[in-house]
Design a protein around this ligand. Structure first.
Ligand code: URA
Length: 231
């Protein structure tokens, strides 16, 4: 396997990031300073160290799914109705969705077996942005958009955090949140007297839904995309 691929898979960053690390002479392969990112290594037997610390190889798997309507995000329900079932051909153990979308919500869902990344993306402290296309029952006023943006009481202990809105149609807005409460978008719109008739997530952090996918289709993330999620 190529050294840069190995280092990137081990979580040291994108291929560009790891090239820089190699250039600085921080990587030793079997005690010798590595000079070429394309150098071939045996990931099972060679000893690779960063700044003197051994790097262990743990290949994780990363996918984006265009979640279709009617499928649940939980891993627990009857197998054939969950998002994980849609990726069953991949034969990857411990694959989990990064957060949940409601059964009738469509769009971007990341699935991975990288627990640290899941933790980071969902941590309330990290404020990872989630962008939704929200189709509404009724036209929405500028005042109501302001209320969504300022944060409002949806029946929890605290009001919602400030959000961004973009009006994209008579009855359509983009809503950008950086928290992820249960049914949050639907509850926010209910709190301003409206109703969500369709909900689609199109972005999580720096990762935008690949619109060349059809609902129900998925693909592996590129190293660059994984880097975007890590940064
Ligand atoms: N907010 C909702 O109300 N539902 C989702 O699926 C995601 C965000």
């Amino acid at each position: 396997m190529r050294l840069d691929k190995f280092l990137s898979a081990a979580g040291l960053g994108s291929r560009t990031d790891v090239k820089k690390i190699i250039k600085r002479g921080r990587i030793l392969v079997n005690g010798k300073i590595a000079e070429r990112p394309e150098q071939s290594i045996d990931e099972n037997n060679d000893e690779v160290c960063l700044d003197g610390e051994k790097i262990s190889f743990k290949a994780n798997h990363y996918y984006e799914l265009y979640k279709p309507d009617g499928v649940v995000s939980s891993t627990r329900e009857g197998a054939s109705t969950t998002v994980v079932y849609l990726l069953a051909d991949e034969n990857v153990k411990n694959l989990s969705p990064v957060g949940r979308l409601d059964k009738d919500t469509t769009g971007l869902l990341i699935l991975t077996d990288d627990g640290a990344l899941i933790h980071n993306l969902l941590s309330p402290k990290k404020h990872v942005e989630k962008e939704y296309v929200v189709t509404l029952r009724d036209e929405i006023s500028d005042d109501d958009l302001k209320r969504l943006e300022n944060g409002l009481d949806i029946g929890d202990d605290k009001p919602t955090l400030p959000a961004k809105t973009i009006r994209t149609g008579e009855k359509e807005i983009h809503l950008i949140l950086h928290e992820g409460r249960f049914h949050q978008v639907k509850r926010m719109l209910k709190a301003v007297g409206n109703e969500v008739t369709a909900l689609k997530r199109i972005r999580m952090g720096g990762l935008v839904l690949d619109e060349s996918l059809q609902p129900g289709e998925y693909r592996e993330l590129t190293e660059e995309e994984i880097g975007l999620l890590r940064s």
